[in-house]
Design a binder for this molecule. Structure first.
Ligand SMILES: Nc1ncnc2c1ncn2[C@@H]1O[C@H](COP(=O)(O)OP(=O)(O)OP(=O)(O)O)[C@@H](O)[C@H]1O
Ligand SMILES: [Mg+2]
Length: 465
């Protein structure tokens, strides 16, 4: 069956060991000639017991086995028993069954039990070679993936043993690199800028930087710069002297309170121009004044800032100071959207499940396919809602309600520039109020304003705000 004397030697099976278990010496020889012509190392055994013993001694990459091992036998019972023993002892080893064309049903049944392929005798060399090649390729790819996964698991475990990772959950290489970087830069006493889309995990990353810094047990405060109108925001950051504005009491701001520690400044891009200048000054010199005071104070604070806005674009648009950008952006950690690290989806989903709940196969498929525009936060909300709504402990795809969530995201009302401008004017520039007025989340309004080229600039003072 080799019949290829003088044909060029192929090497595509080189480095692989193939074991042939067949009672016919002619068959074993035929395989040996054919497969070794392609570079494989071929070992033969005439009976199941000898074959199993051979495999214990010699690690193989593939087995080709007959179904009958005595001249009179045709039932295939021996072959079935051998196949099952091979599966039990070497579960990863691919097995090709050699079968008489009159006994194909048994072979088909064994394929259901995990046999890699079956070939009817007398076989076609080309068809056999194709099958062998495919199975060896598949096996190599699986092994490489497994080795890689093993390396990654080791790397993750090593990182978790050395650092406080604040319970962050991930599987992807992208996040591993990012988390490793966060633990590295934690020690350098420089500002860190964390960028990435909504709900991607910027704050989790900020917590990792803080927890692994020398300031880990010093004060740590978080300020959302988009949460308050400008003047109140400055009061929050720098403090007030009594009477600085109507009703103001003497109060330390966050910079004073965080002296020696860390400040997390969220939604950095929403800071108004005048406040940007004050922030720049405190970052450069450590100096600031409380509102309504001439006394200069000092604080040594490490700033970790976060934003979902493209600050480089904001600089070009004139809404963000370039000098402040370079000051906060000594180190940038960019959190990729969840859709760009799909390996993280299922570990995160399982992490968010209430105890006792699990996901159906269809539900896991749906989770992995979904685009997650709201990133990890959306995933967290989806799983929490599903645990509340699910009639059983096994969450079905329908309960996740993913397509509905996607269309809800798309169904934000269409707003043109005048509508947004009018709402902002009515709200005296206070984003939170304008957003409520328009029936949007603050984030959604910011996005809309960005799209329309509207600046979130200094609001007019609001009476009683
Ligand atoms: N890798 C992760 N492992 C575990 N929990 C995570 C992870 N990433 C995000 N989360 C959780 O998802 C939610 C959103 O994350 P986080 O608040 O850090 O996102 P964000 O990027 O700051 O979002 P936003 O831009 O809306 O402020 C939080 O409840 C957080 O605990
Ligand atoms: Mg956040």
């Amino acid at each position: 069956m080799s019949g290829e004397t003088g044909a060029p030697r192929h090497t595509d099976l080189r480095g692989h060991t193939i074991v042939v278990i067949d009672d016919s010496e002619a068959v074993r020889t035929a395989f040996e000639v054919l497969l070794s012509l392609h570079g494989a190392r071929v070992l033969g055994a005439a009976a199941p017991v000898a074959g199993l013993a051979l495999l214990e001694r010699e690690p193989a990459d593939l087995v080709i086995q007959d179904m009958n091992f005595h001249r009179e036998a045709t039932s295939g019972t021996e072959g079935v028993a051998l196949f099952r023993q091979l599966r039990a002892r070497f579960p990863q080893l691919p097995v090709i069954l050699l079968t008489a064309w009159t006994h194909l049903e048994t072979a088909v049944e064994l394929v259901r039990e995990g046999a890699a392929d079956y070939i009817a005798k007398p076989w076609d060399d080309a068809r056999l070679l194709t099958s062998v090649r495919n199975l060896l390729d598949l096996r190599r790819a699986r092994r490489e993936a497994e080795t890689l996964r093993g390396h990654r698991r080791d790397a993750r475990a090593a990182l978790a043993a050395r650092f406080d990772l604040r319970g962050i959950v991930y599987e992807s290489e992208a996040l591993h690199t990012l988390v490793a970087m966060a633990t590295q830069v934690a020690h350098a006493d420089v500002p860190v800028l964390i960028t990435g889309p909504n709900g991607a995990g910027k704050e989790v990353l900020a917590d990792i930087v803080q927890a692994n810094s020398e300031r880990a047990d010093r004060p740590y405060f978080k300020v959302n710069l988009g949460a308050l109108p400008n003047e109140l925001m400055e009061a929050e950051l720098f403090g007030t002297e009594a009477g600085a504005f109507t009703g103001a009491r003497a109060r330390a701001g966050r910079f004073e309170a965080a002296d020696g520690g860390t400040l997390f400044l969220d939604e950095l891009a929403t800071l108004a121009g005048s406040s940007q200048a004050k922030l720049l000054r405190v970052l450069q010199t450590g100096e600031f004044e409380r509102l309504g005071s001439n006394t200069t104070r000092r604080a040594r604070v490490r700033v970790i800032a976060a934003t979902n806005t493209n600050l480089r674009q904001a600089i070009r648009d004139g809404t963000f100071r370039e000098d402040l950008f370079y000051r906060v952006n000594v180190i940038e950690l960019e959190v990729p959207p969840l859709a760009e690290r799909r390996e993280d989806i299922l570990p995160l989903a399982r992490h968010f499940l209430e105890p006792g709940f699990e996901l159906s196969t269809a539900a896991t498929d749906a989770l992995v396919r979904y685009p997650w525009p709201g990133n990890v936060r959306e995933l967290q909300n989806t799983i929490r809602r599903a645990c509340l709504l699910s009639a059983s402990r096994v969450i079905e795809a329908a309960t996740l309600n993913l397509s509905a969530a996607a269309s809800a995201e798309r169904a934000e009302p269409e707003l043109d520039r005048p509508a947004v401008e009018q709402a902002l004017a009515r709200a005296g520039g206070v984003i939170a109020h304008a957003a409520r007025d328009l029936g949007l989340s603050r984030q959604a309004l910011y996005r809309r304003m960005e799209k329309l080229g509207l600046k979130a600039d200094a609001p007019r003072p609001t009476p009683g705000a």
